[in-house]
Design a protein around this ligand. Sequence first.
Ligand SMILES: [Ca+2]
Ligand SMILES: [Ca+2]
Length: 123
Amino acid sequence: MKRLLGPATAALLALAGGLTLTAPAAAAECPSGHFCAWEHADFGGQRANWSGDDGWWEGWIADNDSSWANHGISGPGVKDYVRVYESAWQGGSMTICLAPGQEAGDNGAANDRGDSHIWATGC
Ligand SMILES: [Ca+2]
Ligand SMILES: [Ca+2]
């Protein structure tokens, strides 16, 4: 029964009903253990997801990231925060940093700027 009530179902309901996607907490569909970034705000459009670091995002998501979710798994000494940077290989400024479990449906300062990210022990 649990599977029937998953995020895919919610997304279908939202599409079918024309409901707003004003999201409650933990609304983003992002695999456990992954950092996800979407090309549009509110977790819309194509999604990129990574379980590890990436110093050079693919072209379609680089400078096109508009919402983010950190579904990393926490634990003692685990790098469970995600830092996103404006240039490749953690160059330039940090555009956004997500705590474990944190989701951001939009962020004006970080919008369409990310080029790389690393997992870290803090922001
Ligand atoms: Ca975008
Ligand atoms: Ca950039």
